[in-house]
Design a protein around this ligand. Structure first.
Ligand SMILES: NC(=O)c1ccc[n+]([C@@H]2O[C@H](COP(=O)([O-])OP(=O)(O)OC[C@H]3O[C@@H](n4cnc5c(N)ncnc54)[C@H](OP(=O)(O)O)[C@@H]3O)[C@@H](O)[C@H]2O)c1
Length: 237
């Protein structure tokens, strides 16, 4: 991938930031996208100034269109946006909360995919970070299952429709990132311990684990239409 370019949407934190780091190590010129300028600056510092930060909100299709209009050809796009989810018993999630979960992840992903796909280099790739909830039976996570299932459901169709552009997803299990920092430490640790005990790999995921899977998919010119689980084997238990 030496000399190629990539835009990582959600590259200022967690899985996206780790992916940016691994892509840079592979010699790719990386642009990282997020909303918060502070988070982007912190990420830029962590990446030792090697990535180009761009602040925009992917819920706004105009901002996404402007981003792509102002750029030359890009080889690879990775989408790793976390919009927040309404979790809890199915009947306790209000319609507005259910819709907000779609607004926070599904539509921003679609905004990026629609603008990116006609502009990506034909030898390039589009890689979505989805989520194991799409295929798991996790009480309280029906909203996430619906959103990630919707995204994963598009992969095969788009891999054929947009060919030769490659379209793939990496589907992480529970991964220790900033996304979970907002829940109290004690509850988070209990959640991690329970998940680790149910996972053949014996621990929850790290952003690095998922980033390595993303980079493997991005860098392999013969992989397309794939949803790659990266969950330490949790789906098997
Ligand atoms: N962590 C897990 O356990 C886990 C498990 C399965 C799937 N996933 C999926 O993996 C993806 C990444 O999650 P993560 O844990 O790495 O989350 P994270 O650490 O919170 O990172 C999310 C990134 O998305 C950016 N972002 C969110 N909404 C945005 C928007 N509208 N426009 C532009 N940037 C936006 C954030 O920056 P700003 O907030 O500054 O915009 C940040 O850079 C998500 O799709 C998540 O559902 C995560």
């Amino acid at each position: 991938m030496q000399g190629q370019s990539a835009a990582v949407f959600g590259g200022s934190s967690g899985i996206g930031l780790a992916t940016a780091e691994h892509l840079l190590r592979s010699g790719v010129a990386v642009t990282i996208i997020g909303r918060s300028r502070e988070r982007l600056q912190a990420a830029e510092a962590q990446l030792e100034g090697c990535a180009t930060p761009v602040a925009l909100d992917c819920t706004d299709s105009n901002q996404v269109a402007e981003f792509f209009a102002g750029r030359g050809s890009i080889d690879h796009v990775v989408i790793s946006l976390a919009g927040g989810a309404a979790l809890g018993p199915f009947t306790s999630v209000a319609e507005a909360e259910f819709r907000a979960t779609f607004d926070g992840k599904l539509w921003p992903y679609i905004n990026v995919m629609r603008e990116a796909s006609p502009r990506l280099s034909p030898e390039g790739s589009l890689t979505l970070v989805t989520g194991a909830s799409a295929l798991a039976a996790t009480p309280g996570a029906a909203t996430l299952a619906a959103v990630n299932g919707a995204l994963e459901g598009m992969i095969k169709t788009l891999a054929v429709e947009l060919a030769p552009l490659r379209v793939n997803a990496v589907s992480p299990g529970l991964t220790d990132t900033a996304a979970w920092q907002r829940i109290p430490t004690e509850i988070r640790e209990q959640m991690y311990a329970k998940a680790a005990a149910e996972t053949p790999a014996g621990r929850v995921g790290r952003a690095d684990d998922v980033a390595m899977a993303v980079v493997a998919v991005v860098g392999n010119p013969f992989l397309t239409g794939l949803v790659l689980p990266c969950d330490g084997g949790k789906r098997l238990t």
